[in-house]
Ligand binder design. Structure first.
Ligand SMILES: [Zn+2]
Length: 391
């Protein structure tokens, strides 16, 4: 799971490459973040449309910006099973389709994840290998298309799909790590297949960009791909990009930007360049983007390798992001549940999607308005995607 200082070897999970930073002190920003966020929370954020009245902070649905469902399926999880009989890693499990329904997670960004230097059906070992990550991405695409064909899922392809009644869970496809796109002009095919957002890299980099654990800029093919994604109307996901690559992308890209599952570096370093520095938070917010709260304890607290974060510690990231951005409609959920770590690494008390209400409860007790909480749990993703997706 972690790169651990002092050990001779390291292990990579299929998802987030992590560095044990257990000796680092707390940042000391918690009190500051709480204090400084108050003016933000007293100022209603502008909204393009009235809030859906069915979404109350305590009982409304959730929109999760990051779930690796297809990779879980390829690794052995039967997504149709109830949580009690969830198969495959990671364990203890939090996510199956029934558990998401029980937690009222009606909408989510569903990934096609591939990771350089990881094993299993979503990994590949050679950064120059065009075919292995391509096959892994296609296999995950087929998982989603099979769920759609079986009547268990519908895909969000356009802004209008966000207004349909929620009779089926709705997924927008997000490619996490762009190596499945063998050449930039192949991005068109992935768009036709339903992919609507692309993160150029996972932690260890791709042919297209430096990753959070392998820092570097965009590569020449990466710059070409960014332009191609722009022409298609694809959303750019900055999570996992190295800082240098993220800043370059923001300069180069004209299209919408988001961070599907990233926290605030000022609150917790997380590891390497995994959480967002304030300038990137500001840049995403300035372009109308959204940042999804990642619930992996290691990205929430500096000693997350030794204990579970508390729900309040998770909320500190939201408050810092809202305060830094000067608005609360930039924060959303990007839980990453079961994305390479088990339910025992989620904040204390959150073991399944049905426990997500603890986040809303904490926000309420800390003075967040009902509108701001509804924004966090659902509306901020919906409004962002209504602006960003094809009409
Ligand atoms: Zn990730």
């Amino acid at each position: 799971m972690c790169l651990v200082p002092g050990r001779a070897s390291f292990q990579l999970t299929r998802h987030d490459l992590t560095l044990n930073l257990g000796n680092l002190p707390e940042t000391g920003n918690h009190r500051r973040a709480t204090f400084l966020c108050l003016p933000v929370l007293q100022t209603p954020s502008p909204r393009a449309e009235p809030r859906n009245e069915t979404m109350s902070p305590s009982t409304g649905p959730w929109f999760d910006g990051h779930l690796d469902l297809a990779c879980m399926a390829l690794e052995g999880r039967d997504l149709a099973q109830p949580l009690e009989s969830a198969s495959g890693p990671p364990q203890p499990a939090a996510v199956t389709l029934p558990s998401l329904a029980e937690g009222r997670v009606t909408h989510f960004l569903a990934t096609l994840y591939t990771g350089l230097g990881t094993e299993g059906p979503c990994g590949y070992s050679d950064g120059g290998d065009l075919d292995t990550p391509h096959r892994a991405g296609r296999a995950q695409l087929e998982v989603y298309h099979a769920l759609v064909a079986a009547g268990r899922l519908r895909l969000i392809r356009s802004a209008g799909d966000l207004d349909e009644p929620a009779q089926l869970p709705a997924a927008m496809l997000l490619m996490e790590g762009a190596d499945p796109i063998r050449t930039p002009d192949e991005a068109d095919w992935w768009f036709e297949q339903g992919v609507r957002a692309v993160g150029l890299t996972w932690a260890r980099g791709t042919r297209y960009a430096g990753g959070n654990a392998a820092p570097g800029p965009l590569t020449p093919p990466g710059r070409t791909l960014v332009k191609r994604l722009d022409r298609l109307g694809m959303i750019h996901d900055l999570s996992h990009l190295a800082d240098e690559a993220a800043r370059e992308l923001l300069d180069l890209a004209a299209g919408p930007v988001m961070a599907s599952h990233s926290n605030a570096r000022a609150i917790c370093l997380g590891h390497s360049q995994r959480n967002l520095p304030d300038d990137l938070i500001n840049a995403i917010a300035a372009r109308g983007g959204v940042i999804g709260l990642n619930l992996f304890s290691l990205f929430l607290i500096s000693d997350g390798d030794r204990r579970r974060a508390t729900v309040d510690e998770a909320v500190l990231h939201l408050e810092h992001i809202a305060q830094t951005a000067g608005r609360d409609d930039v924060v959303a959920l990007g839980s990453d549940m079961d994305g390479g770590f088990g339910a025992d690494r989620l904040p204390r008390g959150i073991n399944t999607p049905a426990d997500l209400h603890l986040l809303a409860d904490a926000l309420s007790s800390r003075g967040w308005s009902e509108e701001a909480i509804a924004g966090f749990r659902f509306e901020n993703w919906r409004q962002f995607l209504k602006r960003a997706l094809p009409k």
